[in-house]
Design a protein around this ligand. Sequence first.
Ligand code: HEC
Length: 108
Amino acid sequence: MRVVRLVILLLVASEAWPKVDDATGLIEDVGWRMVQAHCSGCHDLKLVTAQRGNREFWEQTIRWMQKTQNLWQLGETTERRILTYLAKNYAPEFTGRRRPLPASLRPD
Ligand code: HEC
């Protein structure tokens, strides 16, 4: 009985844990192949996976590369899927630090 429970627990845990592709380092979620195809040509994908940001951050990063680094137009559908993937899997993280005190509570 305990073994059965352990197996179930492991199955549930493995579902909840994101799977990372060994070759690219990308989290295997909807759209990751598109990110591999469009985002690995000029720099290492580590540059992507090391970043965290919301959708707006990722969109600005893409615009910046398009304006200054010759990143091509991704097309509406592809761009939407890439942004959804990035905003979901590389979202801002809670770093464990508390928020800074409001200015009114800080010493001068
Ligand atoms: C046409 C070339 C090219 C492609 C394709 C490309 N990038 Fe970049 N990207 C760059 C360059 C150049 C830099 C600056 C690298 C550096 O600072 O060393 C950069 C930097 C970055 C950075 C770091 C930005 C920072 O503020 O440090 C991120 C994140 C990033 N790219 C994400 C992506 C994503 C996501 C994609 C796919 C949608 C992508 N890149 C595709 C050229 C490209």
